[in-house]
Ligand binder design. Structure first.
Ligand code: UD1
Length: 368
């Protein structure tokens, strides 16, 4: 049997992609069979949102950086699509590997399938059933054109089967984001993040907020901040602010910041350190719902829906929406030590990247 290399192009573009691609790149590099080419689309580009994560997570310099930067959805997606085509023609990979649900995920996948290059989508099948979310459109469309659909939780498989995806293309492998968390938990414990910010274990809450549905409307954002400020009266709320939210505070709230403990966006290890010892977490992020589940930290998700139901059914997450009365009552319950107990979902065990690469090696390595 000859051992022709399997050529993979892997794509990452925005902050939540970097922790998902890191364990895959490490696994691919550990196998002789694979030759991997990493593309950074440049959707996120500054040190706080991108560069720092490459260093901390030990991701090699990308082989190509498309430098697309920020823009409207259409222009960002179009730039990645346009620039990926010649790159893929030159690289001629056997597979394109994409993660998550950002604009770069969809655009790179579309460029590949049009050239007949099969796509492996890591974190497939998640559905919020809310087509007002840009990420939901990216998920639906990427899954519709992918050849390997790697799902993190059972609901992913159910959703894909309803969409008539060939069942043999769907693989329940666990969660690469959790591979990264488990690989870094000990390093994070050594950080002096709490000391630097004057925090005690269990004596603070963490807030993140960046979804367009929460930050793009001034009245909505003001209402949310108002109940969060009330909670902050009882326990300090630490709030690393996403650039979209900084812009919203500037442009929509006349530059008047909320009375919370606001910080710049944090690096991966500092943020993980904060999450680990938080009394409660309030968020509209997808990934943080998963991370708090594994850390067994109570999480209140400030959204009307979640594409990650296992974090509710089994984990420490509670969907509270954006009604101030509900947020206040559920935060109260946690502060009164009556938080929901959570367990850890199946296969969220640090082995997802290995399972994914096993499948690709089996399917792409046969007969060459
Ligand atoms: C994107 C993803 C979202 C993900 C989020 C995590 C899509 C549709 N959305 O949303 O799924 O949860 O990233 O962060 O792909 N900016 C900077 N520095 C950067 C990058 C962005 O200042 O390095 C600014 C941009 O100028 C822009 C804002 O942040 O004003 C938003 O960035 P953008 O990539 O458009 O979308 P996100 O809201 O970050």
């Amino acid at each position: 049997m000859s051992s022709k290399p399997i050529r993979a192009v892997a794509v990452a573009g925005a902050r939540p992609n970097f922790m998902k691609i890191a364990p895959l790149l490490r696994e691919l590099a550990s196998r002789d069979r694979f030759e991997t080419f990493l593309v950074h689309t440049g959707q996120h580009y500054d040190q706080a949102m991108s560069g720092g994560f490459f260093e901390e997570l030990g991701i090699a310099e990308p082989d190509a950086n498309l430098g697309v930067g920020s823009g409207t959805h259409a222009s960002m997606t179009a730039e990645v699509l346009r620039l990926m085509e010649p790159l893929l023609q030159e690289q001629e990979p056997d597979v394109l590997i994409v993660v998550g649900d950002v604009n770069s995920t969809l655009a790179a996948s579309l460029a590949a399938v049009k050239l007949g290059i099969p796509v492996a989508h890591v974190e497939a099948g998640l559905r919020s059933f809310d087509r007002g979310m840009p990420e939901e459109i990216n998920r639906l469309m990427t899954d519709a054109i992918s050849r390997w659909l790697f799902v993190t939780e059972p609901a992913g498989e159910v959703n894909l089967r309803k969409e008539n995806v060939d069942p043999s293309w769907i693989h329940f492998v666990g969660n690469v984001m959790i591979d990264t968390l488990l690989a870094n938990v000990e390093r994070a414990k050594e950080r002096d993040t709490l000391e630097r910010h004057g925090l005690e274990p269990g004596g603070y809450g963490v807030l993140t907020l960046h979804r367009p549905s929460n930050v793009d409307d001034a009245d909505h954002l003001r209402k949310l901040f108002s109940v969060l400020e009330e909670i902050h009266q009882e326990i300090p709320i630490v709030f690393p602010v996403h650039p979209r939210t900084t812009a919203a505070i500037q442009n929509k709230l006349g530059g008047r910041p909320p009375a919370l403990r606001m910080l710049e966006p944090l690096g991966y290890l500092d943020f993980l350190r904060l999450l680990m010892d938080a009394r409660l977490v309030l968020t509209d992020s997808g990934g943080i719902q998963e991370e708090t589940t594994v850390l067994r930290v109570p999480c209140l998700t400030l959204r009307e829906n979640t594409e990650r139901p296992v974090t509710i059914d089994q984990g420490s997450n509670l969907l509270v929406g954006t009604d101030p009365d509900v947020i206040r009552a559920e935060a109260r319950r946690i502060l009164d030590d009556d938080a929901k107990e959570g367990g850890i979902p199946d296969l969220w065990d640090g082995g997802a990247a290995a399972r994914i690469v096993d499948v690709l090696e089996r399917d792409l390595g046969a007969g060459t």
